[in-house]
Design a protein around this ligand. Structure first.
Ligand code: UT7
Length: 320
């Protein structure tokens, strides 16, 4: 027995912000953003919260799987931008979708969050502890961006994606997960400083800082190795794979990974052009878009891969 994806769903905020819109409020241009990253526009949240987008995505994934919230036994949300420090986003989802039986918690693995949620859920399902799970990747990254730092804020967007999992005879074939915490400083966002009566700090809000070139080097070096690992574990080569569904950080990273694997770029679907980088939400949103378009056929071999803050990475090879 293994773990199968039974349904997918996603939710993006209503408001579209184009590169030209950003060029009106900061020193950037559509030309720079498009040629360096492939991003044309992104969605930014106004009223939408991380938990709201999660619930919408979850309900769509449940409908796609033909299941109800009451049946779900486990909920894991990959996020670093929940509405609250506590309760977790997963507990908010549990309440709103009526998943009364479910155990619910969040994981923070930044852009690899959906892959970490899938890995954890797979372990629970394989151990026979739960029969099904709802996993999500969701972010409201716009609230932790420094909107005066053009080198990071133009890259990111907001949104949520979800998948319903069940124990099944086909599905997940192999995983490759890893972290390199020693290099974590190249992509960071500080939490609240200690402000108890013994120490007093000014409580300035903290924003995302990224050394883009270091993260780029990490991604183009690590991701092909991680994908090669899941292929080798399953006795396959890149030519056996129908789709490589990668975290959507930069089109140049996707092109570089395709080249290193010796695979056509056409096997690397893209959502970053209209979504930007949505950290943990990138992979499940793209997967849902492909599912809705009918691009995923039963029996297809698919690789999902996430990478980023931590530094962390995770890849899975699965049969659809
Ligand atoms: O989700 C987590 C994973 N994240 C990633 O994988 C991100 C990986 N990194 C990247 O995708 C790229 O490094 C970036 C897209 C972030 C940056 O691209 P780059 O080709 O590495 O550009 P750069 O940082 O070297 O900047 C080149 C120039 C600089 O100007 P000078 O010093 O050459 O005069 C920047 O100041 O571009 C300038 N620049 C901009 N210009 C217009 C930086 N941001 C902007 C901007 N608009 N938004």
């Amino acid at each position: 027995m293994t773990t199968r994806i039974m349904g997918t769903g996603s939710c993006l905020p209503q408001t579209v912000v184009t590169n030209d819109d950003l060029a009106k409020i900061m020193d950037t241009s559509d030309e720079w953003i498009r040629t360096r990253t492939g991003i044309r526009e992104r969605r930014l949240a106004k009223e939408e919260t991380t938990s709201f987008m999660c619930c919408e995505a979850a309900l769509r994934a449940l409908e796609d799987a033909g299941m109800s919230g009451e049946e779900i036994e486990l909920i894991i949300v990959g996020t670093l931008t929940g509405d609250y420090v506590t309760p977790s986003t997963a507990c908010e989802v549990q309440a709103k979708i009526g998943a009364k039986r479910a155990v619910a918690f969040d994981v923070n693995a930044a852009c690899s969050g959906f892959l970490f949620a899938l890995h954890i859920a797979h372990a629970y399902l394989q151990a026979g502890i739960y029969q099904n799970a709802l996993i999500l990747g969701a972010e409201t990254l716009s609230k932790i961006m420094d909107w005066s730092d053009r080198s990071t804020c133009v890259l990111f967007g907001d949104g949520a994606g979800a998948a319903v999992l069940k124990r099944d005879e086909r599905g997940v074939l192999s995983f490759d997960m890893g972290c390199d915490g020693a290099k974590g400083h190249v992509l960071s966002c500080k939490g609240r400083p200690n402000n108890n009566p013994l120490v007093s700090h000014p409580t300035e809000p903290e924003f995302v800082h990224m050394d883009g070139q270091e993260v780029y080097k990490f991604a183009v070096g690590r991701v092909p190795k991680s994908i090669q690992s899941v292929l080798a574990q399953s006795g396959m080569d890149a030519g056996d794979i129908s789709w490589f569904v990668l975290h959507q950080a930069n089109i140049r990273i996707l092109q570089s990974v395709a080249k290193r694997l010796g695979v056509s770029e056409e096997k690397f679907p893209i959502s970053l052009d209209h979504c930007g980088n949505i950290s943990a939400a990138s992979v499940p949103i793209l997967l849902d878009e492909m599912n809705q378009k009918g691009m995923l056929k039963r029996g297809d071999k698919i690789v999902l891969s996430g990478f980023g803050g931590g530094l962390s990475w995770g890849s899975v090879l699965l049969e659809w």
